[in-house]
Design a protein around this ligand. Structure first.
Ligand SMILES: [Zn+2]
Ligand SMILES: [Zn+2]
Length: 350
């Protein structure tokens, strides 16, 4: 099978013809039809997350935002069969532990992350372990590119806003960082009847945020950006979102919240912060501000997310700026180094 392979960190991916993988008894073999290229891939490619214990063994086929068709299943797979159209979360679960049993398969991590700990969707074929627990069936009408665009981005935002932060209609959400995950958070917030204000340092991304339904956009490079958010939201947002993962976004996000508000952290930090953010805990205590970290999305929550897409309230495909052949994946990673990508890039040809 054809795949774009990372053989060295920070070096161009190599297009290779690898042996076809074969599924184990509880696994499924997927013919990948679309796979998003994500900033997480860029972090991996940079070797950024070594401090977190994430240093993938090379060579590696990256890609964790995939959708496709079940090609074959092992003898112990009971709920899926060849021909089923599916997507998967990036975090692979066992289906048996206490977290899987209580709807929290996102923190099972028994099998690690696809495209990180084992080969993923930059190849034409991918093996999904514990297929009954990890495959998510796609409704008719949701095509592979749309499903790949769900991401990790939409699914992360959906779980963060709905399951973790319990966003209510009418609330104000301040989204810091209008990249892929931030834009999807804005779309989801608006589709649920909330109002969003986008904060970013890029005029182009702020324009896109408004097109995706943000009621207001604030340029973080300008003086008084936090005051501006507080003013727009009538005294502070009910919920802030750090969709980047940096002191420069998380701290102003926390300062933008009203008393009793909450902050949801969906951006992992990079090599600069190495996982540590200095939080204003006294202010948070006095104002009873909650800091809520959120990871991915349990498979059980996809039902609500896919329903929003099927009903047309969410349109992930609108954020897909480019479908490309696998040969061009490396160039996309390159342009991410200078934040040169806007919207989603999806591999759709092998
Ligand atoms: Zn589990
Ligand atoms: Zn991703």
């Amino acid at each position: 099978m054809k795949a774009a392979v990372m053989t060295e960190f920070c070096q161009p991916l190599k297009i290779m013809d690898l042996p076809d993988p074969s599924p184990g008894p509880d696994s499924a073999l997927i013919r990948v039809e679309a796979c998003g290229i994500c900033r997480s891939d860029w972090h991996l490619w940079q070797g950024d997350w070594a401090w977190m214990g994430i240093q993938p063994a090379l060579p590696l086929v990256m890609g964790h935002e995939l959708a496709g068709v079940v090609e074959s299943v092992g003898a112990d797979v009971h709920t899926f069969r060849p021909g089923d159209r599916i997507t998967v979360p990036f975090h692979m679960a066992c289906g048996r532990c206490e977290y899987c049993q209580t709807g929290r398969s996102n923190i099972c991590l028994a099998h690690g992350a696809i495209g990180t700990h084992f080969n993923g969707g930059y190849g034409r074929l991918a093996v999904i372990p514990a297929a009954d627990a990890n495959l998510v069936r796609l409704p008719n009408g949701i095509d592979a590119v749309t499903a790949a665009a769900l991401g990790c981005r939409y699914m992360t935002s959906y779980h963060a806003l709905v399951d973790r932060a319990k966003l209510q209609p009418g609330e104000w959400v301040a989204v810091f960082g209008a990249g892929g995950v931030g834009l999807s958070a804005i779309q989801i917030a608006v589709s649920l009847g909330a109002q969003a204000v986008a904060v970013d340092i890029s005029a182009a991304k702020l324009t896109l945020a408004k097109a995706e339904g943000a009621a207001a956009a604030v340029d973080a490079r300008e003086q008084g950006a936090v005051e501006r958010v507080r003013e727009i939201t009538g005294g502070g947002a009910d919920l802030s979102v750090d969709a980047v993962g940096a002191s420069d976004t998380a701290l102003p996000a926390l300062q933008s919240i009203r008393k009793g508000g909450r902050h949801v952290q969906i951006g992992l930090t990079g090599a600069k912060e190495r996982g540590v953010l200095p939080l204003p805990v006294d202010v948070m205590l006095v104002q009873e501000i909650s800091f809520i970290p959120s990871l991915g999305c349990p498979t059980t929550s996809y039902r609500g997310l896919l329903a929003l897409v099927s009903s047309g309230k969410l349109n992930p495909k609108r954020l897909v700026t480019r479908c490309l052949p696998v040969e061009q994946a490396s160039q996309v990673l390159d342009s991410m180094t200078t934040y040169g990508t806007v919207g989603f890039n999806v591999i759709s040809e092998w």
